[in-house]
Design a protein around this ligand. Structure first.
Ligand SMILES: C[S@@+](CC[C@H](N)C(=O)[O-])C[C@H]1O[C@@H](n2cnc3c(N)ncnc32)[C@H](O)[C@@H]1O
Length: 247
C-alpha cells in the first residue's frame, strides 16, 4: 500500500512533428498502464468472491479507505469510486448463475458490460464461452480486469469503451452485473439493454435490489444469498437476483 502513483498524463500533446507526437502519446499510454497496474496491485490482494470461489481476483477490503487514499494521493476529489476493487453483489450473482447453467454461454459470444473486475466475463469463459469481451469506461478497471484474467489464466478481451454510446454489438449474450447503481447510469443502461434484447441478444442482469433497477422490464431467473460487508452494503448477507430482460 501507499506507493505514490504518478499523475495521469492528461496534458496537451507536446509540440513537434506528427510521428514524434504519436510516439509521445504511445509512451504516455504505456506509462499510464504501468501506473494503473501498480495502483491495482498495491491496493488489493488476491481473494475469491464469496459465491464464486472458482475465480481469484485482485480485491480490496475497504472501499472508503481505498477511494479516499486514491483521491488524496492523486489530488483529485472527482475520482470515481474504485469499483474495480470489489466483486459487486450483482456481478457475483450473474457469475454464479453462468457457472451453474453453463449451457447459456457455452460456445457463445459474450459481452461483459460495465465489467469492473471482469468477474462476469471470467465466469463466462470458465463456463465455456467462445469469446468474451469485458468493457468499462474506467482505465483502471481495464487494467484490473486484465490482471484478473492473467491470474486465472483466462483469455479475456478487455476494452476501454463507452459501449452505451453505440448500438449493442453483435454478441449472443450480454452480462450486466450491478449496473443500476445510480440514476445517471440506470437512465443510459436500461434503453441500451432493451435495444440489445430487441436485437435478439440474451441479456442477464444481476442486482441486489438497488433503487434504480427497472423491475417491470425484467424476469427473475435465479436468486442467491450472498455474504457481504456492512461497509459496502449495510448488511452481512443480501439476497441478489439474476434477471433476464424481456418476457
Ligand atoms: C458497480 S460496478 C460493477 C462491476 C462489475 N460488473 C461487478 O458486478 O462487480 C459498475 C461499473 O460500471 C462501469 N461503467 C460506468 N459507466 C459505464 C459505461 N458507460 N460503459 C461501461 N462501463 C461503465 C464503472 O466504471 C464500474 O466499473
Amino acid at each position: 500500500m501507499g506507493t505514490a502513483r504518478p499523475a495521469r498524463r492528461t496534458g496537451r500533446a507536446p509540440i513537434g512533428r506528427g510521428a514524434d507526437r504519436a510516439a509521445d502519446r504511445g509512451a504516455d499510454r504505456a506509462a499510464d498502464r504501468e501506473a494503473d497496474r501498480e495502483l491495482v496491485l498495491t491496493r488489493t490482494r488476491l481473494a475469491r468472491p464469496a459465491v464464486v470461489p472458482e475465480l481469484q481476483l485482485h480485491l480490496a477490503d475497504d472501499m472508503e479507505h481505498v477511494w479516499a487514499g486514491l483521491q488524496a494521493e492523486l489530488d483529485d476529489a472527482t475520482l470515481p469510486p474504485p469499483f474495480w476493487a470489489f466483486a459487486w453483489l450483482g456481478g457475483q450473482a450473474v457469475a454464479r448463475h453462468v457457472l451453474d447453467v453453463p449451457e447459456q454461454v457455452a460456445g457463445r459470444r459474450v459481452l461483459d458490460l460495465a465489467a469492473g473486475s471482469g468477474l462476469c466475463g471470467l465466469a463466462a469463459l470458465l463456463a465455456g464461452a467462445a469469446e468474451v469481451t469485458s468493457v468499462d469506461v474506467d482505465p483502471v478497471a481495464v487494467t484490473a480486469a486484465r490482471l484478473n484474467a492473467e491470474v486465472n489464466g483466462l483469455p479475456l478481451l478487455v476494452q476501454r469503451v463507452d459501449v452505451l454510446a453505440q448500438p449493442p454489438p453483435a454478441v449472443d449474450i450480454v452480462l450486466a452485473g450491478d449496473v443500476f447503481y445510480d440514476a445517471a447510469m440506470a437512465a443510459r443502461v436500461e434503453p441500451w439493454l432493451l435495444a440489445a434484447h430487441q436485437a435478439g441478444v440474451r441479456v442477464l442482469v444481476g442486482d441486489p435490489g438497488r433503487h434504480y433497477l427497472p423491475r417491470p422490464a425484467l424476469r427473475e431467473v435465479a436468486a442467491y444469498d450472498i455474504p457481504t460487508t456492512r461497509e459496502l452494503e449495510g448488511v452481512l448477507v443480501r439476497t441478489t437476483r439474476v434477471y433476464a430482460v424481456g418476457p
